[in-house]
Ligand binder design. Structure first.
Ligand code: ASP
Ligand code: MG
Length: 426
């Protein structure tokens, strides 16, 4: 069996859905094709604003207006795909009614926020897959709509469900056993359920790649293909580089390193499960589906060989020093990491000297404000904002010089394969 994953941008309009359906049609085989789909376009962002307890941003439309926008967007796509299909509009209306009921039933207190979030935001994927499964069936592709909450089982860590692999494997095998006569099985990315009660959970933003990997693992799939709006895995984000190079072959370990350093092309958790079963992962373009794309698999090195660049903007660099000018020792580090862990802040780069400990983290205004406040109570803290963290794999001195381009380097770390630099944003 093969697993395909289509993200929000690949299904953000009626034309996009038609294009996606054409790709699916071309890949129908004797065994069902498992198609994992995200919410359409920016629906998840919209739904986040409809979660009871969310503080509205001053520029946000009122919840009623957002609710109408959600309805118009999905009905608009459905009507453009199959004009006046009462069965499809009926399904959309019943999902939206259910969403309203769920929102009314939730307690807006901030203790329940993560639970509320998953109950509401999951409707994006329910809507997209309902429309897509209906459309494929309408065009003669026998398609089963499968509820991912009955396949992927997690604990009740809302917004970041941790997969219960055994329960998931059992559920996937049990559900799939009765589905072998279909050409396509459409299911939702990102959403999951708890084992006994089946309460909705999610796997974290951009988690649909991970859903595809989980299902592929449990099915022992032949391959996973992620259809994206880029021609494959590029050596740099085209936002920063004019002359990007497509990397055709990437070892699993390299893909994990790149995701760790912040390459946005795949969700960081995606590679591990499929690596364990040696399942190849393809990244292909839904815009030029006939072209090859990139493949992640059992390779020794990347090919072609070229430097790889990862840029993380909006970084803040903190230097933390004990107030009594004592040395930075294990007990200080323990306190610092305790605070970071409590605030859920991930360290992108760290370095210590005798008298200070430096960390580079994403500058999220609420969280870093709290972090500085908490650390200042115990340490001297100095910081620089508006920085960029650049990671270069397979660097050369020439490449480093051209990236630095005369900027002051606030922190640098070099290993055999990787150079990391913290510099002011250009
Ligand atoms: N719809 C979810 C999100 O936008 C999951 C995904 O697209 O992967 O984060
Ligand atoms: Mg998305």
């Amino acid at each position: 069996m093969k697993v395909f994953k289509f993200g929000g941008a690949s299904v953000n309009s009626a034309d996009a859905v038609r294009n996606m359906a054409q790709i699916v049609r071309k890949h129908i085989e004797s065994e069902p094709l498992v198609v994992v789909v995200s919410a359409m376009g920016k629906t998840t962002n919209l739904l986040e604003k409809l979660v009871p307890g969310t503080l509205p941003h001053p520029s946000d439309p009122a919840p009623e207006a957002l609710r109408t926008q959600l309805e118009d967007y999905h009905l608009g796509i459905a009507n453009a795909l199959i004009p006046s299909d009462m069965a499809l509009t009926g399904k959309i209306h019943s999902l939206l009614d259910r969403l309203d009921t769920v929102r009314q039933s939730l307690n807006p207190s901030h203790h329940a926020y993560n639970y509320n979030y998953d109950q509401v935001v999951s409707f994006g994927e329910l809507l997209s897959t309902t429309i897509i499964a209906h459309y494929l069936n309408h065009h003669g592709i026998s398609t089963l709509w499968q509820d991912a909450r009955q396949l992927i089982r997690t604990d009740s860590h809302f917004r970041e469900g941790r997969v219960d692999w055994q329960a998931t494997e059992e559920a996937v095998q049990a559900q799939m056993a009765g589905s072998m006569n279909y050409s396509v099985i459409v299911t939702q990315g990102f959403i999951a359920g708890t084992p006994v009660a089946g309460t909705t959970t999610t796997l974290g933003r951009e988690g649909s790649d991970y859903s595809a990997a989980i299902l592929a693992y449990c099915l022992g799939a032949e391959s996973v293909t992620i259809w994206k709006d880029v021609p494959g895995f590029l050596n740099a984000d085209p936002k920063y580089f004019d002359n990007t190079v497509k990397i055709s072959q990437i070892p699993y370990s390299e893909a994990i390193e790149l995701a760790y350093y912040g390459a946005s092309v795949i969700h960081p958790k995606t590679v591990k499960p499929i690596q364990n079963k040696h399942i190849p992962l393809y990244i292909r373009s839904f815009i030029t589906p006939e072209s090859d794309g990139s493949s992640i698999g059992n390779y020794h090195t990347i090919s072609p060989s070229t430097p790889l660049y990862i840029f993380r903007n909006n970084q803040i660099l903190l230097s933390i020093m004990p107030r009594d000018y004592s040395f930075i020792a294990e007990e200080n580090l323990q306190v610092i990491f305790g605070v970071l862990n409590e605030l859920g802040i991930r360290v992108n780069l760290m370095q210590n000297s005798a008298l200070s400990f430096s960390i580079c983290v994403d500058d999220n205004p609420q969280r870093t404000g709290l972090l500085i406040e908490r650390l200042t109570a115990m340490f001297h803290v100095r910081y620089n904002k508006d920085l960029q963290l650049v990671t270069i794999r397979y660097y050369t001195q020439e490449v480093i010089d051209s990236i630095v381009a005369g900027r002051p380097v606030l922190l640098e770390q070099r290993s055999r394969l990787t150079e990391q630099l913290v510099v002011p944003v250009e």
